[in-house]
Design a binder for this molecule. Structure first.
Ligand SMILES: [Zn+2]
Ligand SMILES: [Zn+2]
Ligand SMILES: [Zn+2]
Length: 171
């Protein structure tokens, strides 16, 4: 097959198709600007794009907060039995994790523990992560992504898989 050649709309250079990103929606099947120009555009605008995202983030969250709450309420209502069964299984299987999580959530509700933005990236939507499940109020605030990364790097938190017999499960 002969490679089609295309002219970049930006730098006007005629190049091989492999120098363009594929774009199934376009007539030619390729983007109209070459990879080099696309990368240059992205480099030049990265700061601005990021800043804009960061700026829109609180607005976006506020606008969607009610909708998200409602959808999670509906999910909980429609799946109450399944959720309860899953909770119970989790509690039996990982009593210390369950206790740490529950105590952290209660402490947040009581205002004794205040969520902070992700310590890695500043994302305001965070999980309460435990380095050690024996210390329920020793919490590290991490967004979903950095939370997953933490565990990929460090493995499971300590003492999370102690079984029932090994623990005095007091609550
Ligand atoms: Zn170009
Ligand atoms: Zn993060
Ligand atoms: Zn964690």
């Amino acid at each position: 097959m002969i490679e089609p050649i295309l002219q970049c709309k930006e730098c006007k250079v005629v190049k091989l198709a492999q120098d363009f990103h594929i774009d199934k929606k376009s007539r030619t099947g390729f983007r109209s600007v070459c990879k080099e120009c696309a990368a240059a555009y992205h480099r030049a605008n990265r700061g601005r794009i990021l800043a804009r995202k960061r700026e829109l983030w609180p607005e976006y969250r506020a606008a969607n907060a009610e909708a998200r709450k409602e959808s999670s309420r509906r999910y909980r209502r429609e799946n109450a039995a399944k959720i309860a069964a899953r909770e119970e299984e989790y509690k039996q299987r990982y009593p210390l994790k369950y206790r740490a999580r529950t105590e952290a959530h209660n402490a947040i509700k009581l205002g004794r523990l205040t969520p902070e933005p992700c310590e890695e990236c500043g994302n305001p939507t965070v999980d309460a992560h435990h380095d050690d499940y024996l210390m329920p109020l020793e919490v590290r605030w991490l967004c979903r992504e950095h939370h997953a990364q933490w565990h990929a790097r460090n493995g499971p938190g300590e003492n999370g898989d102690l079984i029932m017999e090994e623990v005095k499960y007091g609550t």
